[in-house]
Design a protein around this ligand. Structure first.
Ligand code: FES
Length: 285
């Protein structure tokens, strides 16, 4: 599709617009440089600050621009190819102008069967855009997303990484309509409002907005398991003092596992120099 947000290919990526390579105005560059140095000072090596600096660029430009890549490379002593290689690897870094709100519909397995696929089809048709595309008014970028570890509230929709639990096609259409009209929108959990993509990007760059601990984090569904365990008196086996019921036995299923040591954390699954043998079985070099 073609709009003032650029020419998007079928995969949602586009040719970097020429204006994205125009230098920053002097006042913007001065503030950007000050903020960047504050971020870089948190790391023992300058190059380690690349991920937050890319978020900082997005907090100003709304995506990773050509000038943003140049700035990061210059600030960190990297090549533009190195910066681009990172920026194009992670999906949180946008390669074309993002909408004010990224609306992500989880279509991973559990959400999909609980209604995520129906939500996706309805909201995509309602907005007239597909994955990684943005509405003409620049308000909504729509994405299919993978599991957000919120399966207990499936189907889940994320808006700028805030949770909207137990959604339906109708509630999601209402959500995007409210976002586009500027009506107040509150996530199901967490803070009382949804920040814009640029505001959230500044937080991800390492400049807190004070909302991180606002509202409920783990809700009733997330806590159901721990409440059941408390009611029944269940506890996790201690590695040095396993109870008789929980202790592993020396049968074939636990061969090689010391009593009380039941995780792969304690015993590496493979030796560092382990190689497959010629007959296809695992062996040690
Ligand atoms: S499958 Fe959607 S949050 Fe896990």
């Amino acid at each position: 599709m073609v709009n003032h947000y650029g020419e998007q290919t079928a995969s949602g990526h586009l040719h970097v617009p020429s204006e994205s390579k125009e230098p920053y105005p002097a006042d913007v560059l001065e503030q950007l440089s000050t903020d960047a140095e504050a971020v870089i000072a948190r790391y023992p090596q300058r190059r380690s600050a690349l991920l937050p600096l890319l978020h900082l660029v997005q907090s100003i430009d709304g995506y990773v621009t050509g000038r943003g890549i140049d700035f990061c490379a210059s600030a960190l002593g990297l090549t533009t190819a190195e910066v681009s290689g990172v920026a194009t690897f992670y999906t949180q870094y946008k390669r074309h102008p993002n909408g004010d709100y990224t609306v992500g519909v989880c279509t991973n397995t559990l959400c999909a069967v609980m209604g995520g696929d129906a939500i996706w089809e309805t909201v995509s048709e309602h907005l007239g855009i597909g994955h990684d595309e943005t509405t003409e008014d620049g308000k909504i970028t729509l994405e299919r997303i993978e599991c957000n570890a919120a399966c207990d509230y499936a189907p889940v929709v994320m808006t700028n990484w805030e949770f909207f639990d137990n959604q339906t096609p109708d509630s999601t259409v209402q959500l995007v309509d409210d976002l586009r009209s500027g009506a107040p929108v509150a996530p199901t959990r967490g803070p009382s409002r949804v920040c814009t993509f640029k505001q959230v990007s500044r937080v991800l760059a390492g400049f807190p907005d004070g909302l991180a601990d606002e509202g409920v984090g783990a809700g009733t569904a997330s806590l159901r398991g721990v409440e059941l365990a408390r009611r029944e008196g269940w506890t996790a086996p201690d590695s040095g003092d396993a109870t008789p019921d929980a202790a592993p036995t020396n049968d074939a299923s636990t061969e090689g596992t010391a009593t009380g040591e039941q995780t792969s954390v304690d015993t590496p699954a493979n030796e560092p120099d382990e190689r497959p043998t010629s007959d296809g079985k695992e062996g040690q070099a």
